[in-house]
Design a protein around this ligand. Structure first.
Ligand SMILES: Cc1cc2nc3c(=O)[nH]c(=O)nc-3n(C[C@H](O)[C@H](O)[C@H](O)COP(=O)(O)O)c2cc1C
Length: 201
């Protein structure tokens, strides 16, 4: 199913068509394609080129690892994410490697990397659904994530599935239109709260 953005200004087709489904196809994601998604993440910009991200990846054919990843999701997310072909945990390094000082941009940079991964996925007919609903303490334990690294998001990846495969309450959300704040609410110039003339109509 497609849910293109109802954009007010022209944007790239791959941004327009990215969205976060909960219905996934059972078609496996080719390893080479998956590698390209992480390659896209690799080329994200980051503060001091620190690249403070790491990804724990589980493909569905790796039953033990997939079950382990599914097991750290909250029940609501596990209910639909079990159908995705790939589950990922995005992890951030909290300090700069060079001198151990706090990296206040680590989450920002990791989010940028996942954003590029998501657009690369869309370009390849894949969809990405990020999740905050997982247990970070359990995640650190079960994956042996070292001190100084923080799991920040779980991610489901796969080819799109049939919304009819979802239970009723999720099906309704799956087919509901995507909504966004207007640009005039968050693009400002000169003074906080003053809509930028660039986006005022
Ligand atoms: C950091 C982050 C955490 C999210 N957490 C969840 C989640 O736990 N469960 C879920 O179903 N969706 C989650 N989402 C998906 C958002 O609800 C979704 O991106 C948003 O509604 C916009 O929809 P769209 O991505 O289809 O445009 C999350 C998205 C992000 C970026």
């Amino acid at each position: 199913m497609q849910k293109p953005a109802a954009n007010d200004h022209p944007i790239h087709e791959h941004i327009r068509h990215r969205w976060s489904p909960r219905a996934f196809s059972n078609k496996p994601v080719e390893r080479t394609v998956l590698a390209s998604l992480f390659e896209a993440a690799r080329w994200a910009p980051s503060s001091s080129n620190e690249q403070p991200w790491a990804f724990l990846v589980a493909t569905k054919d790796d039953h033990e690892n997939f079950a382990k990843t599914l097991g750290v999701l909250v029940e609501f997310n596990a209910g639909w994410a079990k159908e995705a072909q790939v589950l990922v945990i995005a992890v951030s390094s909290l300090t700069f490697h060079a001198n151990g000082t706090p990296n206040r941009n680590a989450f920002y940079d990791t989010g940028a990397a996942v954003a590029l991964l998501s657009v690369e996925a869309t370009a390849r007919g894949l969809y990405v659904h990020q999740m905050a609903g997982f247990d970070p303490v359990k995640t650190k334990q079960v994956f042996g994530i070292p001190e100084g690294w923080e799991p920040i998001a779980a991610i489901a990846i796969g080819y799109p599935g049939d919304p009819e495969s979802l239970p009723g309450h999720l099906r309704d959300r799956e087919v509901a239109p995507r909504t966004r704040k207007p640009l005039s609410e968050f693009v400002m110039s000169g003074q906080w709260g003053h809509t930028s003339p660039i986006v005022s109509r």
